[in-house]
Write a protein that binds this ligand. Sequence first.
Ligand code: C2E
Ligand code: MG
Ligand code: MG
Ligand code: MG
Length: 283
Amino acid sequence: QAKQDGRMSFRHHSPEMNARVRARNLLMESLYQAMEQNQFELLYQPQVGVADNCIHGVEALLRWHHPDAGMVSPTVFIPLLEESGLIVKVSSWILKAACKQRMLWNQSVSENLTIAVNLSAKQFSDELLIHQVEQLLDETGLPAHCLELEVTESTIIQNIATSQNVLKRLRSIGVKMAMDDFGTGYSSLAYLKQLPLDVLKIDRLFVANLQQDERDRAIARAIIGLAHELGLTVIAEGVESKEQYELLANMGCELIQGFYFSKPISSLEIQNIGLKRIIPQHP
Ligand code: C2E
Ligand code: MG
Ligand code: MG
Ligand code: MG
């Protein structure tokens, strides 16, 4: 009586689950055309100095404008890009677009403004990355110290020895290296000791309840202290309120990234802010 067709294999899946799988497959299919159809865009989120409330850096964040689904979150499509291997091509585009954009702002922003770019795990494990970065700096004329590359703990622990080597080589070019989402992965202090880094980004997990939770305050304070002892600059992510900003500023955190100052915005909006003090969105 049991059906002998292929649908049998979906027997244990709920209808919702099948719908989810279908939606995912559809997204995956349309990702293949996204590059050619110019559906990707970079937005830039200010990294604001506590001392002067000016933009010291920006993080490039990828957006995908899907023709039917609208804006798709990078947390959804980056894993799909990785799975499909498309990440290699898209990542090269991101790096190049970000460096070019940084040069286009040249006259309107601080001379030392850094452009931070997220590296995918695949990209990081690729020997070609170093040559690609060298070539890009050469081609665009961007000073190496204006490029900051962000890696996560999970990227690094996939191969500590290789990571150490890649970080060292990138840093020897003069590029800055940042540890993203610090505290959410396998934040082994032994890695911090071994890895040549310039910047530590405190994950917003620890920032979110800073006012209410004294344990989060203790953790944030400890991370900032540790980072400074190791000679690293600290950026707090996900800062949404004045209270969070003030707590972090008092703990000695140098740079603030979050909705309190600005969401990720267009290149034009960055240019318009330029060297001006940035006015908080939710004072
Ligand atoms: P991330 O690198 O940790 O980037 C920070 C994320 O936090 C961004 O999400 C940003 O919009 C969000 N965010 C910033 N301030 C606040 C805040 O005050 N409150 C809250 N709730 N969120 C805030 P987004 O743009 O959705 O990106 C998510 C993740 O996707 C990124 O996390 C990064 O891991 C990845 N991603 C984004 N763009 C790229 C890219 O160009 N390449 C690669 N490989 N990954 C990317
Ligand atoms: Mg990042
Ligand atoms: Mg982060
Ligand atoms: Mg994150």
